[in-house]
Design a protein around this ligand. Sequence first.
Ligand code: AMP
Length: 545
Amino acid sequence: MLSTMQDEPLSLATLLKYAATFQGDSTVSTWTGTGVRTMTYREMGAESARLANALRGFGIGVGDRVGTFMWNNNEHMVAYIAVPAMGAVLHALNIRLFPEQLVYVANHAEDQVVIVDGTLVPMFAQYLPNLKTVRHVIVANGDASALQAPEGVQVHSYTELLAAQPDTFDFPVIDERSAAAMCYTSGTTGDPKGVVYSHRSNWLHAMQVCSPMGMGFNGSDNVLAIVPLFHANAWGLPYAALMSGANVLMPDRFLQPGPLLEMMEDQKPSFAAAVPTIWGGVLAGLAAKPQDISHLRTAVVGGSAVPPSMMRAFQEQHGVRILHAWGMTETSPLGSVAHPPAGVTGEQEWEYRYTQGRFPASVQARLVGDDGSVVPNDGESLGELEVRGPWITASYYSPEGGVIDPDKFDDGWLRTGDVGKISPNGYLTLVDRSKDVIKSGGEWISSVDLENAVMGHLAVAEAAVIGVPDEKWDERPLVAIVLKEGTEAKAEELRDFLADKFAKWQLPERWTFIAEVPKTSVGKFDKKRLRAQYADGDLTVTTLS
Ligand code: AMP
């Protein structure tokens, strides 16, 4: 028996229409360094129509890819919704990729148009001659004449182009399973892999982001989107904001702790999202120059494990609740979110908040052991996390056909490469990426546990732990420490600090002090580069007896 329900497709065109009308007074604002430039959702509706008309004028139709090479700003937000709403596919390019990777992903996705920020034109100009499918470049927030067009490519000024367009557009109704947007993984090994989101997956995911079990922001929030729009579907923030009517605050290129704090002082966001490295910088900025940031009721932090010491510092020193979440480009990205269970309060809450959190009903999760069998959710057994659900990718984009990286999929489940345990009431605790776990004498040492613990020391700004070859134990941990400015600590002192937190055999004897932990294009610790530095003999290592 079929239901009597209407079969209305979940479409981002419907979302745009809704936001531009029923949430029309809500705003997106971009920080300029001294203030904001603001656009209402109503204005965004008209601007989206103008952009869609311009793109249609270039021959862009359903399924064609439109790239962006931009900071988080108003124009990027318009592209984020207008491109999928017209049936085309948004491809937000990661501006921090290595040149070969950037060229690879734009060619692989076959981007036909790219919208570029004026300040990024010099960088983009180096790539453009190698972008095989790009026919039009639109320069926003800057001077289009600064970009030399190779033969066959036309360059346009965003402002002039859009000024000439009608502010209505007949957004098509398309199958909800159609491609809406794509993002490439920022993996440090091999070619980046394309994940293609659908209208349906983005819609359902946005509902989850808005829900109290997700990020739980609403129409009275001012959401500071620090996470780049090109990283992991922008954590779903743009579509969730349009759905909830929240205001959005975009930092543009002002991403250093000082400018971020100035913006916060001026704009008083109530909600923010960024990876731990950004928050580490903000914390250090606040220590150097105190400021009240208690207007932030919640900061959602994920992308890497959040050190408990950082969560405590934000809560206890600044009245800001850090909400720890786990996700991947492949999972749209939510993922699990660390809300404590009902009735748990006080000190006990932390046990849950430190974890990677609990999965929503739409995301099924299981742990698989080395022998391929599912391990129990007993809070102790370790396994690789596998997930499935309506916003989890079932494959990687493969224009040539054929399956890319079949090993990442297991009978309809996505293999995440993350190793952890799940408690009987569903809380995930990750111990490592499977490739980062340290196997010492056949036993596992969690690099994340060591990092989190040592980052609790007052002198430590950042710590990254890698496994290095050892004659006796096969592998032992090497701890790379970045000290806070003006502080000192010796390896012995740091090891003593860990002594009551780990078994004796887990305590690291190899330590190195470095100026900075190398970072990936999305601000995570780049352990591959750290390993290479070690292998090349570039690190000065102290070995304790
Ligand atoms: P990306 O696709 O760049 O977002 O990377 C996804 C990967 O980031 C995951 O597979 C995890 O290894 C890692 N990750 C994301 N969130 C967390 C978290 N809260 N704790 C630990 N690792 C995380």
